[in-house]
Design a protein around this ligand. Structure first.
Ligand code: ZN
Length: 252
């Protein structure tokens, strides 16, 4: 009996040891390790590179919005939607370049005060609100995005208007024009023009300010280009490069 008991105990012991080895084997097979797991490397923070010179702030103004659609293209493209889409693309590119961006609108709205007596004055109040954003940021530059229309369909090409109130406005307009012509519209011979009192924001703003008519919605070919997301990206890139070129020249 003693021998049987001993054999039973031995079998139990051997069985336990075998199970231990099997568990260990499975643990190692599954990639386990007894070495202390090293801590994951600290996540590197990649802040956008800050350009040289003073901080750069660009106010991007998507023209029109809400009940004011602006021009309507031959394809049915509505100017307010194009302006906002281009504004968002340009915003993303500038921010990636380390530029601070203020958008006058990020939604399909006009900027009049809903608590004010706005009946018949929505557009006036909207433009005043956009101007107030410019006035509140004296170190910024102001880039208003619009699209053109004309009764005759032949006219096409981007046109930049600038504020006559600041010498820097003309330089900003020219930097944008040069970039668009060299990368996107080599046949565009439109020169930058000073805005008159009929262009409210350019007339009122004291900071460097331009209004970019991004193309003619009345021209079928240009309107379908402006419908194309790839073209909008190229246009936004050209605007971004033009703005950055202005800043580089301004710092020197
Ligand atoms: Zn417009």
């Amino acid at each position: 009996m003693k021998k049987r008991k001993f054999l039973l105990m031995l079998t139990f012991l051997l069985g336990t040891i075998l199970i231990c080895f099997l568990t260990l084997g499975l643990f190692l097979l599954a990639g386990g390790s007894f070495a202390q797991t090293p801590a994951p490397p600290a996540e590197e923070k990649t802040e956008p590179e800050q350009p040289k010179g003073p901080p750069r702030t660009v106010i991007i103004d998507a023209g029109h919005g809400g009940e004011d659609g602006g021009a309507v293209g031959v394809t049915g493209l509505v100017e307010k939607d194009l302006n906002l889409d281009l504004a968002k693309r340009l915003c993303a590119l500038l921010e990636a370049d380390g530029v601070r961006v203020i958008m006058t609108r990020t939604e399909d709205v006009l900027l009049y005060d809903r608590g004010a007596d706005y009946e018949g004055r929505k557009k006036v109040l909207d433009l005043a609100a956009r101007q107030a954003i410019g006035d509140a940021n004296p170190d910024a530059i102001f880039v208003s995005l619009h699209a053109n229309t004309f009764p005759e369909q032949i006219y096409h090409g981007l046109q930049v208007w600038y504020s006559p109130n600041s010498e820097k406005s003309a330089a900003l307009a020219e930097a944008v024009r040069v970039e668009v012509v060299s990368t996107l519209q080599p046949d565009n011979h439109r020169q930058c023009k000073p805005g008159g009192s009929n262009i409210f924001l350019l007339h009122k703003l004291q900071i460097p300010a331009v209004l970019v008519e991004c193309g003619f919605l009345s021209n079928p070919a240009e309107c379908s280009d402006l419908e194309d997301p790839a073209y909008r990206d190229r246009l936004a890139h050209a605007l971004c490069k033009g703005i950055c070129a202005y800043y580089e020249d301004d710092v020197q």
